[in-house]
Structures are given as C-alpha cells and as structure tokens.
Design a protein around this ligand. Structure first.
Ligand code: PEP
Length: 247
C-alpha cells in the first residue's frame, strides 16, 4: 500500500528581515499561497521578535509559521532562551531544532537537540529536527554514521513522539553555498533516514531536504520517493522565489 505524505515547503529566514521588509514578504506569501497545489503545506520560520508580526499577517492564510529554535527548558532562569509555551502563545506550529548553524556556532549536541525536540512536542509544537554531514565527513564516507549518531537520541524518544516530528536532511556543504546535493545523493540519505524511522514504527514521518534549494532544482528533488519537501534558506526571503519552489 502506498501512503502519500503531504509535501511541506518551509522557509528559514535565519537572522534576516525587518518590520517593513517582512510586511512585503508576508503579504506576497499570502497573495500567492492560494495558487500552490493542494497537498503542499507552506510555512516560514521567522526570528523570534517577528513572530507577532508573522502570526498577525498569516492568520487565516494557507501559510503556517514557526520559530528557528526552542529551549529544552519549560521555564525559569534561562536568560535568552525562548520556551515552547511562549512560541505557542504566538500560535507557532513548528520549531526548527538542531539546525547546523546552531550545532556548529552554538555547540548544540545531539542530546540537546533531542531534548529540544522533546520540549517542543510537550508544548504541542512540531519540531523539525535538522541533521546533516559536513563536507569532510562526506569525503571520509561517514555520511550514514553521522546521520545515525545525530538521529539516535531523537529516535530514543520513541515511536509516539517521533511520529509527530519532521526531519530535515541538510548536508552542511550545501547550506548557503549554492551547491545542492544531486537528487540521487539526497534520496540515498533520505532512504536511509526513512529506514531508521521505519525500524521504530515511524516510517511516514516527513523528511525534508535542505541546502540551496531553488525553483530550478526543486522539481527534480521533489520527484524522489523519500523527499517530502524542502527547508529553504536564501530563496525563502523573496516571496516569488519561495512560492516558485512550492509550485
Ligand atoms: C537553511 O538555512 O536551512 C538552508 C537550507 O539554507 P539555503 O537554502 O540558503 O542553503
């Protein structure tokens, strides 16, 4: 039996934007979202200060929104942290966890990423767990070992939890570099991730590809059987470019 998974095209604005530019981008997304094929969910992960703006602008539209990180803690003396409950106050649906920039620039461990995923779930958010190897790791034939190491503490949360997450495979060498994994390279890793999820009874979890996705390469990536959508950085900052990927 073939079960079709919904496609998810998610933007990651990273640390870009301001009130005026965001207003134009969000209006462009609202205007264009209606023409996106049914069965494709659009979402944007915006910087924390702009969650109120995004929720106001996107409310009632076909575009969901979320944050780029979430604390592993529920509340308390954690200066600078933002909890899942706070994100829910702004009606977030998603929270990225373990983006490679968090792992490399902020030293986030695989265990911390899993704890963040658990905290997001406890608040009713869908964590988008990002995994991916560096170029040195790919060159050393360590891709699958790295992905399995990164996923292990997340899988240990158990099938009930894992069935509520999204996984994003983002090879670090493809993020923001203009160098995309070929559809075959991406599919190989997605199939391995699918098998690991399947082994614990979570084989229908959405697995997104991320790394220099643009309109020109989206269709060939999305044609792969285990690629369920994309996590998009640079090309999510222009409404037409982002919508063209989803289209
Ligand atoms: C990302 O930020 O997750 C990303 C994939 O960025 P880009 O699309 O710019 O490579």
């Amino acid at each position: 039996m073939t079960i079709s998974r919904t496609r998810l095209v998610m933007g990651n604005w990273k640390m870009h934007g301001n009130l005026a530019d965001n207003a134009k981008l969000l209006a462009g997304l609202c205007a264009g979202a209606g023409s996106i094929a049914a069965g494709t969910q659009l979402a944007v992960c915006v910087p924390f200060p702009y969650l109120a703006q995004a929720s106001e602008a996107l409310k009632g539209s076909a575009v969901a929104w979320g944050a780029q990180d979430v604390s592993a803690q529920a509340q308390g003396a954690f200066t600078g942290e933002v909890s899942g409950a706070m994100l829910k106050d702004f009606a977030c649906r998603y929270a990225l966890v373990g983006h490679s920039e968090r792992r490399s620039l902020h030293g986030e461990s695989d265990q911390l990423v899993a704890a963040k995923a658990k905290a997001a779930l406890a608040s009713g958010l869908t964590p988008v767990v990002c995994v991916g190897e560096s170029l040195a790791e790919r060159d050393a034939n360590q891709v699958m070992a790295v992905i399995q190491r990164q996923l292990a503490p997340v899988l240990a949360l158990g099938a009930e939890a894992v069935n509520k997450i999204v996984v994003a495979y983002e090879p670090v060498w493809a993020i923001g570099t203009g160098r995309t994994a070929t559809p075959e390279q991406a599919q190989e890793v997605h199939a391995a991730i699918r098998a690991a999820l399947q082994a614990i009874g979570a084989g229908q979890v959405q697995i997104l590809y991320g790394g220099s996705v643009k309109a020109a390469n989206a269709a060939s990536l999305f044609a792969m059987p285990d690629i369920d959508g994309a996590l998009v950085g640079g090309a999510s900052l222009v409404a037409e470019d982002f919508l063209a990927i989803a289209a």
